[in-house]
Design a protein around this ligand. Sequence first.
Ligand code: NI
Length: 401
Amino acid sequence: MSFLQLSEEIKDKIIGFRRHLHQYPELSFLEYRTAEFVADILEEYEIDVERNVAGTGVVGTIIGGQPGRTIALRADMDALPIEENTRLSFSSSNAGVMHACGHDFHTSILLGTAIILSKHKDQLKGNIKLIFQPGEEKLTGAKKMIEAGVLHNPNVDAIIALHCWPELPAGVVGVRKGPITAAADFLEITIKGKSGHAAHPHKCVDPIVIAGHVVSALQTVVSREIAPTDPAVVTIGKINGGTASNVIPSSVHLSGMIRTVNPDLQKRMPEIIERIVCKSAESMNGEAEVRYTSATPPLICNDGMVALIDNVVTDLLGGDQLVYLENPSLGSEDFSFYANEIPGVLFRLGTHNEREDSRFPLHNSRVTFAEEALTTGVAVMCEAAVRYLSPKKSPMVNIID
Ligand code: NI
């Protein structure tokens, strides 16, 4: 029996998990009920479970019947502060919280994968680590899980994750060699001037005018400082300053976000930003303070692991169900922290169908995901894990009689 057939057999169960998780979404690091739900199911299938890892994380370990390597499969469990507007019968019951990034899919797919693999653990040559991590949307959950030791005991040799992708149809899988998501850095700028009467600007240093120049000058970072072939984004998303129309304030605060795909460029960015901001402020007699914080590195998929997913999808679903994505997403994914430690791959799971709202982007209050993709995700995860552990049995690993 193929893993596609095995996942079809438990399809109703996986859909049930997904709908339950969708109805009760929880924000980053508050995934208490989700974690309990996950851990209870793993225990039901006699999988070794560690609860409360890095707060609300859960780790399951399936020890195979024969010794071998260890592969980790990772799902993220958190939802977003969005008021759901899908009108699904299992819409969010938690006001203002929604699984709009498909992490309910990721979690239920990993649960389905765990159920199938646990039933056949005696035939496994090596071990499977099931990582259910909290706080992906804050981009800090993965790092905390690594610090809590999830890549050890047993030592993990490689790691796989998936992410829902409304741009691809259900049943299709997308991969990319090299970077697939961008580095995310955060920027806080304080511009200091000299306050006074709005009618006497010559006696003041106006931080609002300086802020205007700084926002414009920052547009030259991407257009003039960086090679046109190197993707990057500089966005100022928030400006705070001033109290009244007839007062020049003493300071203005700006917050922004930087995305880069090239790790060398990520390293160069703080110097470029600081120079442009500080010198612009100085040229108008003001002062600026820049606080630059790196959140995640870019997610760079390992070539060998991409080839593994390519082979699995081609054999399991057919070559026409595999897409090589032309460009990386300038979104970010904290799976990059695992992929910086060990060979890793994240693949995109197509989730649109004939429903128009399944084509809405991730993080949209109306986006829906095609549930027919759930079994595709489970089958690819199972096959990739088993094939990684028993590469010689390729192309079709038939450990299941
Ligand atoms: Ni996500």
